[in-house]
Design a protein around this ligand. Structure first.
Ligand code: KIV
Ligand code: ZN
Length: 526
């Protein structure tokens, strides 16, 4: 029977709802925090990708989280994805989620409450009857503020299945419109998932009126397998993240689930609304924002995902790619990695290429990106799509920055003390710094500290090559800490020291934004 859902109307048979939680479960993992502007960029990209629901955050967690959820809700005030906010099963959390999401055209309040004996006893200190009572209270309250309410059974996969049935029945009776069963600790096997979903969907009165959802963690590397097993048992919403980021070993990866459903349509018979050609761009945007690349062998979006090394494979692919490729690289956004533009290329060709790569930039951003492109093209023999993506992502992330790097000179070598001079523009005024250090990067950071005095601890410094070759662009991540607040900055350039300086200044700008906020302590776990 077709389900009639407040946000989706009559859900077409076989349509899978993609609930993206990159901005909540993903952002919750160490090192993956994003600021408001970055979350808005990700939200935009996820919308373009075709995510149906964006879990924009955990509104009660901090004023910053509240702002992000509210800003994303405002962005999708007319149409766009459902905007959800997580809440524990208490009044304050639910009211914060209701307030933060209310401007969205389709707001959702997401409530989570643990249902396993272990969690109820140790964490909640509640009896089964108290948990059932709390489900009724919290879902009823949420339904007074939103038509679309999702209820999640935390540690659902390790819960007593009979009790889980009672919880789900209670949530449905109180008005929940989506029921989510998380494998919170990544413990389940695919067969367990199948059993849980088929039992709930066959036994619970009212199950036919709601959408069942699956949310899997990857502690045993089974998140995607468990997601597919849940779908085969009847789940119609999958909760996932770009690049599989999330608590501990992460969540089911959106790109892997979407491509498994597409590639194995024959066996699974369901479909998502994902525009698969945008997958790579979205994955790369997240990597640029967070500073963490995926591993080379990562399915779909890893550098080697479509690389054929062995002679036998290469021979087969040259004769007919389908001998060793189960999907085309183009179908997920890879383009042939040839020289695409050079130093003689004009603005129109550059803009055109950006469009092909999926970037819509304004005139100012185009000018800045084009200037950077010319600099790179002057220095680099070949300019790849990845180079262009790296410099545009870098440039877009810099809009509205108060501190700008306008000059850098470094002298270094064997037997000499490395020395750096930097020129910054701080709120429009020029400031210079000069310092020596243990290496060119150290001297550069010291010179920046002289031009803009501040005290921070450098927590992480990481360099990654955007493409191969000695003239490859370097992408640098710098993590700074000030009074317990952590910020990550990124910078890209063919010169590693310039990329490092850009990353440091990027992190400083984020720190300035954080300083304007005084945030109370954050409780992030539901
Ligand atoms: O893993 C989990 O249980 C969660 C819930 C909050 C849905 O992330
Ligand atoms: Zn989770």
């Amino acid at each position: 029977m077709a389900i009639n859902h407040p946000s989706f109307g009559t859900l077409a048979d076989g349509r899978i709802i993609i609930f993206d939680t990159t901005l909540r479960d993903g952002e919750q993992s160490p090192g993956f925090s994003m600021n408001l502007e970055e979350k808005l960029r990700m939200a935009e990209a996820l919308h373009e990708l075709g995510a149906d629901v964006l879990e924009a955050g955990f509104a009660i967690a901090s004023p910053g989280d509240f702002d992000s959820v509210q800003s994303i809700a405002k962005r999708f005030a007319k149409d766009g994805p459902v905007v959800a906010s997580l809440s524990r099963a208490n009044t304050a959390d639910i009211m914060a989620s209701a307030e933060a999401t209310k401007l969205a055209a389709r707001p959702r309040i997401h409530i989570v409450l643990a249902t396993s004996d272990l969690h109820m006893r140790v964490k909640l200190r509640m009896t089964r009857e108290e948990v059932l009572e709390r489900i009724t209270q919290s879902v009823t309250l949420a339904r007074n503020h939103a038509a679309d309410v999702e209820w999640s059974a935390e540690d659902g996969s390790r819960s007593d299945l009979e009790f889980l049935c009672r919880c789900v029945e209670t949530a449905i009776k109180a008005g929940a419109t989506t029921i989510n069963i998380p494998d919170t600790v990544g413990y389940s096997l695919p067969a367990d998932m199948g059993l849980i979903f088929s039992t709930l969907m066959n036994k619970v009165p009212g199950a036919e009126k709601v959408i069942f959802s699956t949310h899997n963690h990857n502690d045993l590397g089974l998140a995607v397998a468990n997601t597919l097993a849940a779908i085969q048992a009847g789940a119609r919403q999958v909760e996932c993240t770009i690049n599989g980021i999330g608590e501990r070993a992460g969540n089911a990866s959106l790109e892997e689930v979407a491509m498994a459903l597409r590639t194995r349509q024959d066996a699974l018979g369901v479909a998502t609304g994902v525009t698969s050609q945008r997958i790579l761009k979205t994955s790369k945007l997240l990597a640029t924002i967070t500073g963490f690349d995926v591993q080379p062998n990562k399915a779909i979006v890893g550098r080697n995902a479509f690389a054929h090394e062995s002679g036998i494979h290469q021979d087969g692919v040259l004769k007919d790619a389908s001998t060793y490729e189960i999907m085309t690289p183009e179908s997920v956004g890879w383009t042939t990695n040839s020289i695409i533009l050079g130093k003689h290329s004009g603005r129109a060709a550059f803009r055109d290429r950006l469009k092909t790569l999926g970037y819509e930039v304004g005139d100012n951003q185009l000018n800045d990106a084009f200037r950077r492109f010319k600099e790179v093209a002057d220095r680099k023999k070949v300019v790849y799509d990845e180079d262009i993506a790296a410099l545009v992502d870098d440039e877009v992330g810099r809009a509205n920055e108060r501190i700008r790097l306008t000059g850098l000179n470094v002298s270094t070598g064997m037997g000499t003390k490395p020395m750096a001079t930097v020129a910054l523009e701080i709120d429009g005024d020029r400031a210079d710094g000069m310092a020596t250090g243990d290496g060119g990067v150290d001297a550069t950071f010291a010179a920046i500290r002289q031009a803009f005095p501040h005290e921070v601890t450098l927590k992480l410094y990481a360099v990654q090559a955007v493409t191969s070759g000695t003239d490859a662009q370097a992408r640098v991540t710098v993590r700074l800490e000030e009074d317990g607040k952590l910020v990550d900055g990124q910078g890209a350039d063919t010169d590693t020291i310039v990329a490092s300086a850009r990353a440091y200044v990027h992190a400083l700008n984020k720190l300035l934004v954080k300083r304007q906020r005084t945030e109370p302590p954050v409780v992030l776990r539901a």
